[in-house]
Design a protein around this ligand. Structure first.
Ligand SMILES: Nc1ncnc2c1ncn2[C@@H]1O[C@H](COP(=O)(O)OP(=O)(O)OP(=O)(O)O)[C@@H](O)[C@H]1O
Ligand SMILES: [Mg+2]
Length: 385
């Protein structure tokens, strides 16, 4: 007889949708409404907070009413890369069949000499025959205008999602942002959604008066998923596999992870594996699960710490062991941790924010990785002097 092994229901390190996606019902409703109403929206969240997953949920909700086009800017390095990606994704999102893909590519992107090949997986891929350097940028305006033309021709709104938008700061052509602004404003039947994970950069793009994109999109604040919603989600997944978990343990997972969906799912994944069927997860198993996560990432943490200055490390240790209510730049806190210079500490905090280790949240700084915070507090705090 075959022994059925059930699949772990907790997913991390990938975009999650459907049954693996917890709540965010209001956000899905609101963002989808903006998409269908051709509004432009920008939003930001820390890394692994669920931006892309939320976008995919909205895309699946709006797909039957609009032409939805998702573009990940992470692999792009220049305006030219952006334009190629835009052309490719717009054509692919508009076409419903391979034949339509060829027709659409030829109608809207004929200057790019498009051709369609069928890959080993049977799916069509669109290629452009134009490789001459600078040529694509030369016809930028023609490409940038296509989303609106398609919306008019197909009589459906078009949604262009630009995920990892902070990557555009790498592009050398600084006029590009001016150019894109003029199209965003002209396109009455297109919604542009800008998502990114670098708070300062995203805020600068859309809220600084000097920025070409100033006021070109509405801000959509992405709040954490509340504990109650995560508790229902986690309970349900445990119960479905004939396992149980108490509310206390879930609250500990949520607090340890500081509400980060990625770390909540990661911890639950490990904890679920450790819990046999017909039994209950408890705090002892949770602390074992946290140790497993820490051991998996320890080599990476050692590498990070080796590259820090002594002051940066001191500041990290102080932050990792900080009690609720303590203020990092207060005299009391600085004295407690033998940190003599306020300006030095401030500069170290800013540097570590830039390196992605910390993130500024109001007047406070928080670790972006709760496992790193835990490792520092357990392994290194005893060396503080
Ligand atoms: N609504 C959700 N419900 C459950 N888990 C979620 C949810 N949103 C995100 N997650 C968890 O967080 C992980 C990261 O999600 P996602 O990739 O969407 O975040 P992101 O903000 O786009 O990350 P990045 O900044 O790295 O692009 C997912 O793999 C999943 O484990
Ligand atoms: Mg993402």
């Amino acid at each position: 007889m075959r022994n059925e092994v059930s699949e772990n229901p907790f997913r991390y390190g990938e975009i999650v949708t459907g049954d693996s996606f917890c709540n965010r019902k209001d956000e899905i409703r609101e963002l989808s409404k903006y998409m269908l109403n051709s509004e432009n929206v920008w939003f930001y969240s820390p890394r692994r907070y669920g931006k892309s997953s939320l976008i995919f949920e909205c895309i699946s909700k709006t797909r039957s009413h609009a032409i939805t086009c998702y573009i990940d800017l992470f692999p792009t390095n220049s305006e030219e890369d952006y334009l190629r990606e835009l052309a490719k994704k717009v054509a692919m999102a508009t076409a419903t069949t391979t034949k339509r893909l060829i027709d659409i590519a030829k109608t809207f992107f004929s200057s790019l000499a498009p051709s369609v090949t069928i890959g080993n997986d049977g799916n069509p891929t669109l290629k452009f025959g134009v490789n001459r350097e600078g040529y694509v940028a030369h016809i930028a305006e023609e490409i940038l205008d296509v989303p609106q033309k398609i919306a008019e021709k197909q009589k459906r709104p078009v949604v262009i999602v630009l995920d990892e938008f902070q990557e555009v700061s790498k592009y050398s052509d600084k006029k590009w942002q001016h150019k894109i602004r003029s199209y965003i404003q002209k396109h009455k039947n297109v919604s542009y959604i800008f998502a990114g994970s670098q708070k300062n950069m995203m805020a600068n793009f859309f809220t600084k008066k000097e920025s070409p994109l100033y006021n070109s999109a509405l801000h959509f604040p992405l709040e954490p998923i509340v504990l109650e919603e995560f508790a229902k989600f986690i309970h349900r997944k445990f119960l479905k596999s004939q396992k149980r978990i108490s509310g206390d343990v879930i609250a500990d997972i949520y607090n340890f992870s500081r509400g980060s969906p990625h770390y909540i799912q990661y911890l639950c994944n490990v904890l679920w594996d450790m819990t046999p069927e017909n039994s209950k997860s408890d705090k002892k198993k949770l602390s074992h699960a946290i140790n497993i996560l820490t051991a998996r990432e320890e080599k990476l943490f050692i590498n990070i710490v080796e590259l820090l200055s002594r002051l940066e490390l001191q500041v990290l240790i102080a932050l990792a062991t900080k009690e609720t209510g303590e203020k990092i730049l207060s005299m009391r806190f600085l004295q407690k941790h033998n940190l003599s210079s306020t300006s030095g500490v401030r500069a170290a905090l800013i540097r570590m924010d830039e390196k992605g280790l910390l993130e500024k949240n109001g007047p406070d700084y928080e670790f972006t990785n709760p496992v790193f915070r835990y490792w520092i507090s357990k392994k290194l705090s005893k060396y503080e002097d």
